[in-house]
Design a protein around this ligand. Sequence first.
Ligand code: NAD
Length: 269
Amino acid sequence: MIHTVISGGASGIGEALARRLARSGQRVSILDRTPSTACPWWAELDESSRGTWVVVDIAERAAVAAAIDEIASVAIDGLVTCAGIASRENVLEVTEDDFDRTLAINLGGTVAAVQAVARHLVASGRPGSIVTVASTAGIGYVSGLGLAYHASKAAVLGVTWSTAGDLAKHGIRVNAIAPGVVRTPMTVPQRDAQGESRLGRRAPAGRLAEPDELAAAAAWLLSPASGLTTGHVLPVDGGQVASAGAPITGYEPSPIDTRDSPHLARRTA
Ligand code: NAD
């Protein structure tokens, strides 16, 4: 039975993936700060699909390694790193706390899980597939998302490329998905503020993504059907990235008007 670990599997894209993999008869284990008791859908999965659920802060490298050791009592075949937070403070606002926490979770948490799973895969001599979860904000500018979020998601792509290169000789593939705007708990504030149809119209496809559309892309990258695909970044974004080269979409423009900038005024005076 294929065994996949999902970080951030309690909610949103990770939950949709856990359900999808379980439906196809796979075993799923989860790392999340949220306990399984808060997720009634977990108990509804087939018992053979329910692996280990470990409550852990993904930013705690040693705790993540210990959790993966526990999960690996049943050999691991794959990992998808969904755990992440949004942050919206731009360059003029961003605090040290916001920067450090966002990087610790989105980047540090990705590295912690990837490293621990990669070590198990290599030690076991098994091939495997790792899928990181970046964002269109890791590829270009998305108005309304913050400096730390952009930096963390761009760095996730660096982790993906570096890891794909180093692990290929072990038969381990590493790819990234880059979601646009997805209908998950993370985007409730934007959807409430702007309305879903308005948000959706900003991508050429004209609508938001459903969590299972991201899960389907990750499931393909996990599967042997994508056997020669590694080091790839797959936007699942309704065409946002393709349409402009950079996804300046998804959120209201910043209220900051650079025409009022004192620096600009000085330069043009
Ligand atoms: P979500 O909030 O529904 O799920 C995120 C999960 O990560 C939750 O279960 C949460 O408990 C877990 N998590 C957060 N911080 C954690 C921590 N410190 N330790 C352990 N678990 C933690 O959000 P989602 O939309 O499903 O997001 C999944 C991933 O997709 C994130 O990395 C996000 O940045 C990325 N993404 C989402 C969108 C979108 O529009 N929803 C767009 C681009 C990228």
